[in-house]
Design a protein around this ligand. Structure first.
Ligand code: MD3
Ligand code: FE
Length: 205
């Protein structure tokens, strides 16, 4: 399937990653995303998605250099940076000066969801690269004014890449559901879904 621009700056690249690259990235996620943490919200709630951070630790609602328990954050893998640069170039024809420094790795069990939110902790206006592995997600892409309609629901399948830049960078978005059992059987994810978002914080180390 060809790339599609679903909004200004928002480009969907279906199946950009071959099954072989998906399998290698899924194996890397299992190595990198240890431990997977349940993120606690200031409201007292706990996110249903489990998360690991590379390069910077994201906690609602800021980036930190150290975990709350004091340990340093795992390094941001250079190979992941190169992959994200490749994705931005595939979406826009050029990667510009995109220099990512953080990856958030989310794991969705079949019941996990992500409520409508916007990603505003990055100071940089650089795009976000999203990579999906495993079960299909129903992704809801909203507007910049608020959590409500208008939105568009888009299926994110294993191997799909999405790049959100320009006017789409501050749009509200979420994941309304996972479709269990829809992922490829042979990439080693099993039940559930990995999502990697690779970003440029614009923060100084
Ligand atoms: C649009 N993750 O980690 S990826 C997140 O599938 C997040 O796990 C979802 O939202 C997931 O913050 C959606 C697609 C995505 C990621 C970042 C965006 C869309 C975005 C930032 C700005 C606009
Ligand atoms: Fe987000």
């Amino acid at each position: 399937p060809p790339p599609s621009r679903i909004a200004p700056g928002a480009v969907h690249l279906p199946g950009l990653l071959s099954p072989d690259r998906q399998a290698r990235l899924a194996a890397a996620c299992r190595r990198w995303a240890v431990p997977l943490r349940r993120v606690r919200l200031p409201s007292g709630g706990v996110m249903s998605v489990r998360q690991a951070c590379l390069g910077w630790e994201w906690t609602p609602y800021r980036y930190r250099r150290h975990h709350r328990d004091g340990g340093p954050v795992a390094a941001f893998p250079a190979a992941l940076g190169r992959l994200a640069v490749e994705c931005v170039a595939a979406a826009y024809g050029t990667a510009g000066d995109f220099t990512p420094d953080v990856a958030l790795i989310n794991f969705y069990a079949p019941e996990a969801r992500m409520g409508m939110h916007r990603d505003a902790e990055e100071v940089s206006p650089a795009p976000v690269v999203s990579i999906s592995l495993g079960d299909t997600a129903v992704f809801r892409f909203g507007n910049t004014a608020g959590r409500g309609w208008p939105w568009r629901d888009v299926h994110l399948d294993s191997g799909d890449v999405f790049v959100f830049g320009g006017p789409s960078r501050r749009a509200f978005h979420g994941v309304t559901r996972i479709l269990p059992g829809t992922g490829p059987a042979d990439i080693g994810v099993g039940v559930g879904r990995w999502n990697l978002t690779i970003r440029q914080t614009g923060l100084a180390v």
